[in-house]
Design a protein around this ligand. Structure first.
Ligand SMILES: [Zn+2]
Length: 259
């Protein structure tokens, strides 16, 4: 079964043809779609869509660049949403030092990340992690801070013999280096290889995808991220075998990159 684990179908750019997009996705073999939340409002929107389509599921949470919308009340509401039958993950949550530069705001990102990780464990839902480095570097403080927090969280999961220790979640649209990916995999995370693989200097991500037998893949279209076009990496078994263009308007226009 092929699942798109990251598709912002609630964005208003899909208002005109959302149903057609969903239909085409299903025709091209996607059997399930997960819509992540960015804040309370978009988490509610994701659930609404999930309620109206049997193949759609929702995640709830606060994105690191949307923390101006965070409040204790909103977090309480998000926690209530997590008990909805079609909510299957907490996300997207994480660290973004590309857009957020001020030290106090970065510290707040980490605080909210920790709280959302604890919340995910409390509701036994895996997490969808967003991570972006300053200047889009492949390695930097965001990777360091993220790994440290994921490691600490994972340690508590193991101590508690928590089921999430085996499948804690995904580093979606991964744009770190191979070492970071390997460290996350050691913590049993999945790696979503998507948009960043299309950067001109991203050959090493192809190596992550093509060369590593230990890496786990997810189908994560990143749809809605960085304009209207995104790439879709298919993870089959332990290898990424191809990626293809999946502009929502043309989900069938597969282009084989490597096999
Ligand atoms: Zn996203």
């Amino acid at each position: 079964m092929l699942t798109d684990t990251h598709c912002h179908l609630d964005f208003n750019k899909f208002d005109e043809d959302r149903d057609a997009v969903i239909q085409r996705s299903m025709e091209t073999g996607i059997e399930r779609i997960l819509i992540p939340g960015l804040d309370l409002e978009s988490s509610q929107a994701a659930i609404k869509l999930a309620e109206s389509h049997p193949t759609i599921y929702a995640a709830v949470g606060f994105h690191p660049t949307d923390l101006d919308k965070f409040s204790e009340n909103a977090f309480d509401e998000i926690k209530k949403l997590a008990s909805h039958a079609k909510v299957v993950a907490v996300g997207e949550i994480g660290i973004d030092y590309y857009w957020v530069k001020k030290p106090d705001e970065r510290a707040f990102q980490i605080e909210i990340l920790r709280r959302q990780l604890a919340f995910a464990a409390s509701v036994n839902n895996p997490v969808i992690i967003h991570m972006r480095e300053e200047e889009d570097a492949w390695f930097g403080q965001a990777s360091i801070d993220l790994l440290q927090n994921l490691r600490e969280w994972h340690k508590t999961l193991i101590v508690e013999n928590h089921p999430l220790a085996e499948k804690p979640g995904v580093l979606h649209s991964f744009n770190g280096n191979l070492e970071t990916a390997q460290k996350a995999i050691e913590l049993n995370f999945y790696i979503g290889v998507t948009g960043p693989v299309t950067y001109k200097n991203a050959d090493h991500i192809f190596y992550i995808g093509a060369g590593s037998t230990s890496i786990r893949g997810t189908a994560d279209s990143g749809t809605g991220w960085r304009g209207s076009s995104s790439r879709f990496t298919l993870g089959i078994g332990t290898h990424f075998i191809c990626w293809r263009e999946t502009h929502p308007a043309h989900p069938g226009s597969a282009r084989r990159k490597y096999a």
